[in-house]
Write a protein that binds this ligand. Structure first.
Ligand SMILES: *Cc1c(COP(=O)(O)O)cnc(C)c1O
Ligand code: SF4
Length: 336
């Protein structure tokens, strides 16, 4: 992961907040009134190549004194990540095979995905891109080359900005990316895959909303929330601004053991998302990335959960359960 910096520019307010993010598990546990002795499996290694990273806003959503808090469990490094499991690998979804040009991935018809940065505001322990070679593939150095390649792909009408998290780029930088994208005549839609509004709602600045509003492209923002406790009034305000800017809002979640693998939690997640103007989109089965096996929910249990969701929610609030299988022409739907 690459640290934040905007050389030669005044940092924006949210960038100050990110600079203050927790990076030491001991500090986070102290903030939550937790005794390290209550959490024997925490990995305190200061040389962790994928270290703790969590903005203070998101830490404030965690329940104090609860070692099993579902938000804490998503971000706290544990020794379980060192357990090797057959089938759990560094590139579980075949991203490296899908690279068309540095930083540009095409797996699916009509859509191309640009890795715009390796930086994220939060480090999710189950992240399937935690080993992605960002330093080589990422980003801005390759952006112009990626745009040239896209210009030769007339059947791509949607560009997805991903990462890392594209909203970890400054507004000024994003404005350039949006302008470049809007100049590609075949593009109709621009999609942002981002967790930043969820972990730091103030990232949704007026400048960001204005540039999305002004773009000729139709904008889709896919946020990433896994648990209803992540849906707050602050997030609601930020999302309302994005909607006012004309963005369609969707959510993708990952099905995670002991975090959201029960029907009550998933029902509440869908209901809370709808209340802030977001439609549930995907519920992903865990990608088998090395070090994340302890988060896996098996397929039979996932299907049972889907049956319960279908019985309890209006159809439009039931996310699609999918698995990403390398080499398939789309994310693979898993029927209940
Ligand atoms: C997930 C993904 C997409 C988007 O797929 P949708 O089904 O359209 O959401 C596009 N490109 C890549 C490389 C992806 O991993
Ligand atoms: S925000 Fe997304 S890309 Fe970043 S660590 Fe979390 S899951 Fe991975």
């Amino acid at each position: 992961m690459i640290p934040f910096s905007t050389p030669g520019l005044q940092p924006e307010q949210w960038q100050h907040e990110l600079a203050r993010a927790f990076s030491d598990p001991r500090e986070l546990l102290a903030f939550l009134d937790l005794d390290p002795a209550d959490l024997p499996a925490v990995d305190f290694d200061p040389a962790n190549p994928f270290p703790l990273r969590v903005p203070r806003y998101f830490a404030r959503l965690m329940r104090r004194g609860d070692p099993h808090d579902p938000l804490l469990a998503q971000v706290l490094p544990t020794l379980a990540e060192h357990v090797e499991r057959v089938g759990y690998v560094q590139d579980p979804v075949g991203d490296l095979d899908a690279v068309r040009e540095n930083a540009l991935l095409q797996k699916y018809h009509g859509r191309a995905l640009a890795i715009t940065t390796g930086a994220c505001a939060v480090h999710c322990r189950y992240c399937f891109r935690r080993y992605f070679p960002y330093a080589e593939q990422s980003s801005l150095r390759h952006w112009q080359a990626a745009m040239k390649t896209l210009a030769t792909m007339p059947d791509v009408n949607e560009l997805i900005l991903s990462g890392g998290d594209p909203l970890s780029l400054s507004d000024r930088r994003l404005a350039t990316l949006l302008d470049d994208a809007a100049r590609l005549a075949q593009l109709q839609r621009l999609r942002l895959h981002t967790r930043l509004p969820v972990v730091l709602p103030e990232r949704v600045t007026r400048e960001l909303c204005e540039m999305l509003h002004e773009s000729r492209l139709d904008v889709v923002v896919v946020i990433h929330a896994n648990h209803p406790n992540e849906i707050t009034p602050e997030l609601g305000c930020a999302l309302a601004q994005l909607r006012r800017a004309g963005a369609m809002l969707l959510n993708q979640a990952v099905l995670l053991k002991d975090i959201n693998d029960d029907a009550d939690t998933l029902v509440r997640l869908s209901e809370s998302l709808f209340a802030v103007g977001v439609m549930p989109y995907y519920l992903h089965l865990l990608d088998p990335v090395a070090g994340a096996a302890h988060f896996d929910v098996d397929e039979p249990h996932a299907k049972t959960l889907m049956t319960r969701l279908c019985a309890r929610l209006p159809g439009y609030l039931v996310p699609k359960l999918v698995r990403e299988i390398a080499g398939e022409p789309n994310k693979t739907p898993i029927a209940p």
